[in-house]
Write a protein that binds this ligand. Structure first.
Ligand code: GDP
Ligand code: MG
Length: 192
């Protein structure tokens, strides 16, 4: 799966209109967690825009890796702007998507490595668990954690999320750490 074969398919606000895929993985996280940057580093050079305005992307963005194999970029949660109603709409959109996809193989939940999971991140993780959906924590921007603190911080992030440290994908898009491994994982999830 050469990275340059990835292309943008469409944006959608109503998950009911998405149509079937053969396999898909989704990326979610609070705004500014580094999702666009990571997607670019993984596959989408120049396609997933790195936004200066958190919370700008309010659509489900679908990219195709191969015929019927999708990467799904979900809007960031937890930004302050927007009305109650639009935030409620956001929740319905995300939940509708996450619970409605037969071939959703993994939900990558991005958290800031230095900050660890926020209240909203933990809410999301708990909700995914209660829904019985497959998820994995991806700690981004790990370059911002001091070298001497790397191991302890990875453990702290894992503890907070209720998983083992080795089950947290520890990533820096900036320094290209862990990116290749995650790309391989995504590729193999989408195979078959
Ligand atoms: N130091 C560092 N900064 C990063 C990394 N990834 C993203 N950022 C920065 O974090 C901010 C938010 O990134 P963005 O990808 O737009 O986050 P999104 O809102 O989740 O899509 C930007 O200023 C990025 O440059 C990383 O691996 N290391
Ligand atoms: Mg973004």
């Amino acid at each position: 799966m050469p990275p340059d074969s990835v292309k943008f398919l469409f944006s959608e606000t109503d998950p009911a209109r998405l149509g079937p895929s053969c396999g898909e993985v989704a990326f979610v996280g609070r705004s500014n967690a580094g999702k666009s940057t990571l997607l670019n580093a993984l596959f989408l050079k120049g396609l997933a825009r790195v936004s200066g305005t958190p919370g700008c992307t309010r659509t489900i963005n679908v990219y195709q890796v191969a015929a019927g194999r999708w990467l799904v970029d979900l809007p960031g949660y937890g930004f302050a702007s927007g009305t109650e109603a639009s935030r409620a709409g956001w929740g319905a959109m995300i939940e509708g998507y996450l619970t409605g996809r037969r071939n959703l193989r993994m939900i990558f939940v991005l958290v800031d490595a230095k900050v660890g999971p926020t209240k909203l991140d933990l809410q999301m993780l708990r909700w995914l668990q209660t829904q019985g959906l497959p998820w994995r924590v991806v700690a981004t921007k790990s370059d911002q954690v001091k070298s001497a603190r790397q191991q302890a911080q990875r453990r702290a992030v894992a503890d907070a999320a209720g998983v083992l440290p080795e089950n947290v994908a520890w990533i820096s898009a900036l320094e290209n750490l862990g990116v290749r491994e995650l790309r391989r994982e995504v590729s193999s999830l989408l195979e078959g």
